[in-house]
Write a protein that binds this ligand. Sequence first.
Ligand SMILES: Cc1cc2nc3c(=O)[nH]c(=O)nc-3n(C[C@H](O)[C@H](O)[C@H](O)COP(=O)(O)OP(=O)(O)OC[C@H]3O[C@@H](n4cnc5c(N)ncnc54)[C@H](O)[C@@H]3O)c2cc1C
Ligand code: FES
Length: 316
Amino acid sequence: MAFNYYCIDAGSQYCPCYLAKTDNCLICSILQGKEYCDCKWQGICVYQEYIWANGKIEERKSLCVTIAEKKYINDRLFTLTIEIPSDSLIRAYNQPGAFAFLRPANFLEYYDVPLCVMDVDESKKHLTFAINIIGPKSKALAISENAILIRGPYWNGLFGLKHIKSSYNKNWIVIGRGIGQASLLPVVKNLLRGNNRITVLLDPGNLKVNLVEKEINKLGIEFQVFDLNSSFHKIRLKEIIEKSETDFIYSCGSDAQHKFIQNVLNKVGYKIPLVISNNYQLCCGEGICGSCESMIDGELIHLCKIQLGSEQVLGG
Ligand SMILES: Cc1cc2nc3c(=O)[nH]c(=O)nc-3n(C[C@H](O)[C@H](O)[C@H](O)COP(=O)(O)OP(=O)(O)OC[C@H]3O[C@@H](n4cnc5c(N)ncnc54)[C@H](O)[C@@H]3O)c2cc1C
Ligand code: FES
C-alpha cells in the first residue's frame, strides 16, 4: 500500500459496486483478487458489505425529470433547475462536491455532461445547475426544453472533502472563478453550519459574471471581487492569507488557478490544506471507463471516485 486514499462511495448505498464483482475494487485488496487484506481502511469493510449484499448492486440509473426553469445569464451561460421526484435523492445531492451527469432526453449516453450541483432547494425538490456552453454536449443541453436525463448522485466533485465536513469554528478562504463558482454554494453552506468564518473571493473570469453573487449576499457573506490574473490581486491574495489567519482554502476553478494558489501558499510558507474542485475528464463516474485515470505516486488512480489531497492531485 503506497499511500493512503479513500473511495468516495465506500460505505454508501452504492457500495459494493460492479468493480467488486470483477475483482477491481479501488480499496479492498480481497475484492482485487488478492488473498490477503491490505485495505485502505476507511471505517467500513467493503468485503463484508459485498458478502452482505449477496450479489445485489445498487445502480445509479438515468432518470427522466422535468425542467422547472431555464434561465440565460448571457449567450454562453445558463442555469437549469430541475425537479427531483424523491426526498431521499434530493438529500443525497445536498452535499459539498455533489455532481451529476445530465443529457437531453432523446440523446445517447455519450452526451452525458458532468455538472456540479450549484444549489439545492429541498422543500421544492429542486436542483440547480449552471452550464457554460462550449462544445457538443453543453450545446445539446442548451436546446433541451421540458425534460432532461440525470444520473447521480456522485460526490467526488472536489478533493479534500474531509476538511469541509469536519471543519468547526475555523477560518476559510473560498476562491471561485468563472464557471468554477458552480461548486461554491454547497461548500459555503456546509461551512456555515460548522460556524466557520468565510472570506469569499469571486473572479468573474472569461464568463464575465459572478454566478453566485446574489446567493452569497443572501447568506449574509460579504465577498470581494478579484481578478486572479492581475498582479495587484496576486499580492492582495498573499496579504489576505497572511492577515486572516487562514486555516483552509477552497479553490473552485481551473487547475491553473489551483496551482497558482498552491504556489502562493508555498511562497508565504503556509502549510494549510488546500481543497480543490475536481477538473478531471469524467465519463462514467463509476471507476470503470478509465477516462479519469491518472498515475499518482506510482499508482493508477481513478479520480472520479478516489479522494486525495490537493498536493497529490496537483503534484508538489
Ligand atoms: C466534476 C465536474 C463538474 C463540472 N461542473 C460543471 C458545471 O457545473 N458547469 C459547467 O459548465 N461545466 C462543468 N464541468 C465541465 C463540463 O463537464 C465540461 O465543460 C463539458 O463536459 C464540456 O463538454 P462539451 O461537449 O460542451 O465541450 P467539449 O468541446 O467536448 O469540451 C470543452 C472542454 O471541456 C472538457 N470536457 C469535455 N468533456 C468533459 C468531461 N466528460 N468531463 C470533464 N471535462 C470535459 C474538455 O477537456 C475541454 O477542455 C464539470 C466537470 C467536472 C469533471
Ligand atoms: S470517469 Fe470512468 S473511470 Fe472515472
